[in-house]
Ligand binder design. Sequence first.
Ligand SMILES: [Zn+2]
Length: 169
Amino acid sequence: MFEDFPVFSLVRISTDEDGQNLFGHLSSTTRDKHKWIDDNWAGFLIDSFQFIYGRWSKAEDGWFFWPEEPTDLLVEGRDYVAIDGFWGERIELMFAPFTWSSAIFALSDSNRHDHCFYCWATISDEQNTEHMKSNSGEVACVNCFEGFVESKSLDFICYPAQTPYELKL
Ligand SMILES: [Zn+2]
């Protein structure tokens, strides 16, 4: 599933008062010719569909990755799939431990509309009223849920990231 993603080869795990600090080498900082990892960007390392969230920092001769929470999943000398923070959040949500249930949008003073976490479509009492909601609170339109989340497809990844984008389903 992640064949064409950059790989982080973990050389060394250190722990100090700031937490865990992983040093290693990246096979690439781009994916599909687009920037995927950069200094001080949030990101994920994936091991057997477990997602480790953290932040990248460039070193002279490699990269540091600072996990937000200490993890004992990682082993020195092994390779891990590296994903940028924006797309990683969306990919993570496709896998356990998240569960989804169907929901109907309820208009309130504090919430006039939501946006699909994948395609940014409006979810309101007029559009995509019936939608899906995860146990962590993210919402998705039915198209994205069926096309990506349920079918475990990464085809929602497109560029540029960080901006609302259009999907071709
Ligand atoms: Zn959507």
